[in-house]
Unconditional design. Structure first.
Length: 574
């Protein structure tokens, strides 16, 4: 060591006596065991008793799989049950990386500061005395490690905490892009709650081959940032990312029945959580088995409804009727894509997404498709997004003499009778089935047109009225939005929030919903048996004028009654 120090002095590579453990760069587990004194059985679980006959629920020896992947320069995404020790592992990984790679940088991030300082940095503090034996000049500060304190201003060879949660501003995203180093490791805890813009910034800031990312957390759903880090829109593993799933059923405390890892989950707590969550529930899957549920708990559309709709795709009964188009507009060569959803009756036959550098040319394409000789589309059943760049498309369509339906999501919902509520109660009147349910105008149920459009897709899927193609990206778009109620109105999540979470625009989902909203709704179609054909016309909104007229009549009667009462009171007071 003294000889190496002398060589570095003479070659100008003097680092004040701080020497990296370079021989452990590809052996993180060995460094943790030999240098930090960590019992190997706490990381290589299969060394414990009972594992010879144990059937792994998650990945076998998941901790070792994480370390091996990082040693071979792969990014790692860990979807884990709670209480399995991933925070402890992350702290060890941070110290290994600093110890073995000179002038390296480790960035730790989480949505909230307490998630960082009370979790991974707390574990670092507990491990620090062991680490400092090898690097006595290193300093541990609040959310920061300096391997060479004399270079405080340069911040070389260090680890830092960086807080960036949901809704992080542009300044935070730009700062996240400012981390650069030949040897760099980014560790994100509670990754499902990270802001999509920050995750994208971390991706963009990594330029060198040895810039790695370790993402950990308890999975929320398939559209959260952790699952999207591991898998693409089609559900395929992302290139260069090793996915690791850690199940509580595999933990050594559970398998051996002994406290192999103090403070981690044990058999008793596992049993209590299983009884509380219920076997097979969303929380059981995510918090005990480390499996991402298909959608969030407050999702507008459930994944299982899309699966059921795909099973109806080849049913000819759903392809009876006219054609319809839904168009989501874009105007970018490399950014968001445009999409055209093609409907035939109640079946969404396909959704085509493509780069669209000129929104006005998209208008020409829509007109050509509408006027096709072989498969024309009635302009009344074409819905086009006219917000923002969509104005160029609708202007071109109008210029070419086609009158389609323009759907501006921010405008008020379109008045229309809610047929589902109308036919929720029925009665026989002279042998004819008639609706006796509440006459509710749809515009009164939604905060804007966008919520109305998406809700109609939700209800059609929930009640089995439509068929969908097997398109995982489309299903991801449809199951991503959440919804709430405000003032008695249904409010679907804003598009910009969905874009931040998906890190792209839900163009296929929007196009599909537009087409479903404007398509002709024949009451003799699939899933419409609950509404007698003879009792109503073939158009769901055919009674709208009568309902509106009745409401206006009631208002006039009430106003006349109020005026009469006012006159009587005036005479009496006189």
């Amino acid at each position: 060591m003294q000889a190496e120090l002398e060589r570095r002095k003479r070659t100008g590579q003097w680092t004040a006596g701080v020497l990296a453990h370079v021989t452990y760069q590809d052996r993180p587990l060995a460094w943790m065991v030999e240098k930090m004194g960590i019992p190997e059985a706490t990381l290589r679980w299969s060394l414990g008793e009972g594992y010879a006959s144990h059937e792994w629920d998650g990945d076998p020896d998941p901790m070792v799989k994480v370390l091996d992947a990082l040693a071979t320069m792969h990014d790692v995404g860990v979807e884990s049950a709670t209480g399995t020790g991933t925070t402890y592992l992350a702290a060890l990984v941070l110290l290994w990386f600093l110890a073995c790679f000179e002038d390296s940088l480790v960035v730790t991030s989480a949505p909230k500061s307490d998630q960082l300082l009370l979790q991974i940095w707390k574990e670092i503090g507990a491990l620090w005395p062991r680490f400092q034996r090898h690097f006595p000049s290193a300093k541990l500060l609040t959310g920061k490690i300096r391997m060479k304190p004399e270079d405080d201003d340069k911040e070389t060879w260090s680890a830092v905490a960086f807080v960036a949660g949901v809704g992080a501003d542009e300044e935070a995203a730009q700062k996240a892009q400012g981390f650069h180093r030949p040897h760099m490791l980014i560790i994100t805890e509670e990754t499902p709650g990270m802001d999509g813009a920050i995750m994208t910034s971390f991706q963009n800031t990594r330029t060198d081959d040895h810039n790695l990312h370790l993402a950990l957390g308890n999975p929320d759903h398939r559209n959260d940032q952790l699952h999207l880090f591991c898998f693409d829109e089609k559900g395929e593993p992302r290139s260069g990312v090793v996915h690791v799933r850690i199940s509580a059923h595999d933990h050594p405390n559970v398998v051996t029945g002994q406290p192999v890892v103090p403070g981690a989950i044990g058999r008793r707590r596992l049993q209590e959580r299983t009884e509380r969550y219920g076997v097979g529930s969303r929380l059981f899957q995510s918090r005990i088995r480390g499996i991402s549920p298909a959608e969030s708990a407050d999702a507008l559309i459930k994944w299982e409804w899309c699966v059921a709709a795909e099973q109806r795709y080849h049913d000819p009964a759903y392809r009876v009727g006219t054609n319809a188009l839904g168009v989501d507009v874009a105007n970018s060569e490399n950014g968001d894509k445009a999409a055209i959803a093609r409907w035939h009756g109640a079946c969404l036959t396909e959704v085509e997404a493509f780069q669209c550098p000129d929104a006005s040319h998209l208008g020409i394409r829509v007109v050509e498709e509408a006027r096709s000789r072989d498969d024309p589309v009635d302009p009344r059943y074409i819905g086009v997004d006219d917000v923002g760049v969509g104005a160029s498309t609708v202007n071109k369509v109008r210029e070419l003499g086609l009158k389609v339906r323009y759907l501006s999501g921010g405008k008020k919902a379109i008045p229309g009778v809610d047929t589902d509520l109308l036919w929720s109660e029925v009665d026989l009147d002279a042998g004819v089935m008639k609706a006796r349910g509440p006459r509710v105008i749809e515009a009164e149920r939604f905060d804007n047109l966008r919520s109305q459009v998406w809700w109609r897709m939700r209800e059609d899927l929930r009640q089995g009225r439509v068929a969908l193609p097997n398109d995982p990206e489309l299903w991801q778009d449809l199951t991503s939005p959440t919804y709430t109620t405000s003032g008695g109105k249904i409010v679907v999540e804003e598009k910009k929030k969905i874009q931040a979470r998906l890190r792209r625009s839900p163009n296929k989902g929007d196009a599909a919903c537009y087409g479903n909203f404007v398509r002709r709704r024949a009451l003799d179609g699939p899933g419409e048996a609950a509404i007698p054909i003879a009792a109503v016309s073939r158009n769901r909104d055919s009674r709208l004028e009568k309902v509106l007229a009745a409401r206006e009549k009631r208002q006039r009667v009430d106003e006349a009654k109020f005026r009469r009462l006012a006159k009587v009171r005036k005479r009496r007071s006189a």
